[in-house]
Design a protein. Structure first.
Length: 246
């Protein structure tokens, strides 16, 4: 049962983080990256978004609606292209939402990326209860420690390059949590790479925000395992898996 649970949790986590491909993403020219603020305002007035979810407008709406973060606060200061790929943006009510900015000439240098990480860090702290970013239950199991401030210095130190056999390894990923209205939200800011002249080169920055763990991983696993042991839940899972295989 625990193995099944872990599998389901992993599938859910991958789905919440957006399209397949991890750090690598294909650039395209599917639409304009500039947000239509009039369209966003119109949907906010309706209290929901009725458009395509993979758009800058959808991401802007849900960033503001769910996290109280204006899209301008997570827009980079570096020059970025106006043309975007089909899956560069995602705005949804229940899952994680994200925004992606492709650097001019598809070349993102590290200093610009780190400056962007700092900007997003400031934006989430501004929106958070108490004005701070925290560790969250992804890193700390004790509630007091999970709610403790995770400083920018710690965030940057965790993401700094590591050396292995004289080779620099840089993951280009920075993460933290923030609490808004008592709910934990997880933030991941990552650089995206694509193949260029036989090498993986950073070309874009992406910010993903979604609901995080509200309890320790052990408590979450125990509760999920208990729920999955329910015969009715097992029937629903079996049916869902059969439908998926058709």
């Amino acid at each position: 049962m625990r193995k099944v649970l872990m599998t389901l949790l992993c599938i859910a986590a991958i789905t919440a983080c957006g399209p397949k491909g991890g750090k690598k993403a294909a650039a395209g020219n599917e639409g304009e990256g500039k947000v239509n603020l009039e369209k966003v305002a119109e949907n906010i007035a309706k209290d929901t978004f009725n458009g395509e979810k993979n758009t800058a407008e959808a991401a802007s709406f849900w960033f503001k609606k769910r996290f109280n973060i204006p899209i301008a606060d997570v827009t980079p200061d570096f020059e970025y292209g106006k043309e975007t790929g089909k899956y560069d943006f995602l705005g949804e009510e229940m899952s994680a939402s994200y925004v992606t900015f492709v650097a001019k000439d598809s070349t993102l240098n590290r200093d610009d990326f780190i400056a962007y990480v700092k900007k997003v860090y400031a934006a989430t702290a501004k929106a958070a209860d108490g004005g701070i970013n925290v560790y969250g239950f992804t890193q700390k199991s004790d509630p007091a420690e999970a709610a403790a401030e995770k400083t920018l210095e710690v965030v940057l130190d965790e993401g700094k390059p590591q050396s292995l056999f004289g080779i620099e390894l840089y993951m280009g990923s920075y993460s933290w949590n923030f609490i808004k209205d008592g709910t934990y939200y997880m933030v991941d800011v990552k650089q995206l790479e694509k193949r260029k002249n036989g090498e993986d080169k950073p070309f874009a920055a992406r910010t993903i925000i979604g609901q995080g763990l509200q309890k320790s991983m052990q408590e979450t696993m125990d509760e999920a395992e208990k729920a999955l042991s329910d015969p009715e839940v097992q029937k629903q899972i079996e049916k869902a898996l059969k439908d998926k295989s058709k």
